[in-house]
Write a protein that binds this ligand. Structure first.
Ligand code: DC
Length: 228
């Protein structure tokens, strides 16, 4: 059951789950329906990784102190109902979503100091505005008091299929889906320690849900809390 809303604090809706479970797109749409802002914590881990990559392409040489120095170049800019990380003052969306960052981001995300930095950025964004935040540990580590906590899960084949459709459009071949399942399994393993289903979270299996149905369920939870 979701907790009752505390009128003294801006509303937080925390959506967690593994890679390609639909967290960010769902969170963005829930925020739009409710007229509040979306914050993507994964984008900040990606920004920290991209900032470090610009300095040192070989991640085996990275130290926590090095990444924490590199993140001085990262800021969060409110834009179109969400927050966009800027690198050295400029948008870098393609770089953040590219293979070089995606294949190294777990290295930075395992560093405790980097987690503290991301969490402080997210809390600052949520301090004065109601938000929908998404990630791996938003409901467990960052906003344990969140009014609504959701943990999204989906069958790995469906997650792989969605990811391929998003990337290349059209129906992917079975061999492509299977290769993507393997890649997702590797990412799940790399992120396992950080992916924590919060106590009290509502688990939603999205395997057979449309994006609209996922959004509706979470909006209904949020409206239930607002009505006490
Ligand atoms: O959701 P994503 O693929 O954009 O996440 C990028 C990376 O950041 C991934 O390795 C998981 C990690 N992450 C995390 O450890 N904790 C979060 N709250 C969000 C993302």
């Amino acid at each position: 059951m979701p907790a009752a809303a505390d009128p003294a604090r801006p509303l937080v809706i925390a959506i967690d789950g593994p890679a390609a479970s639909g967290k960010s797109s769902t969170a963005k749409r829930v925020a739009a329906v409710l007229g509040i802002r979306h914050v993507d914590s994964g984008a900040l881990y990606r920004a920290a990784t991209a900032a470090m990559l610009r300095r040192a392409p070989d991640e085996t040489t990275w130290s926590e102190a090095g990444v924490l120095d590199a993140v001085h170049g990262v800021t969060l800019e409110p834009v179109d109902g969400t927050f966009r990380p800027l690198l050295d003052g400029a948008p870098a969306e393609g770089e953040l979503r590219g293979v070089a960052v995606t294949s190294r981001v777990s290295v930075a995300a395992r560093m405790p100091g980097v987690r503290t930095w991301v969490n402080a950025m997210i809390r600052a964004a949520a301090a004065s505005h109601p938000v929908v935040v998404d990630g791996r540990d938003m409901g467990s580590a960052v906003f344990p008091e969140a009014a609504v906590k959701v943990f999204l899960v989906a069958d790995p084949h469906e997650r792989a299929r969605r990811r391929l459709v998003e990337r290349q459009g059209g129906a992917p071949a079975l061999a492509e889906v299977l290769a993507e399942v393997e890649a997702l399994m590797r990412r799940d393993a790399a992120d396992a320690a950080q992916t924590i289903e919060a106590p009290g979270a509502v688990r939603i299996d999205t395997t057979r849900l449309t994006p609209e149905e996922q959004v509706e369920r979470i909006v209904a939870l949020a409206r239930g809390v607002a009505q006490g």
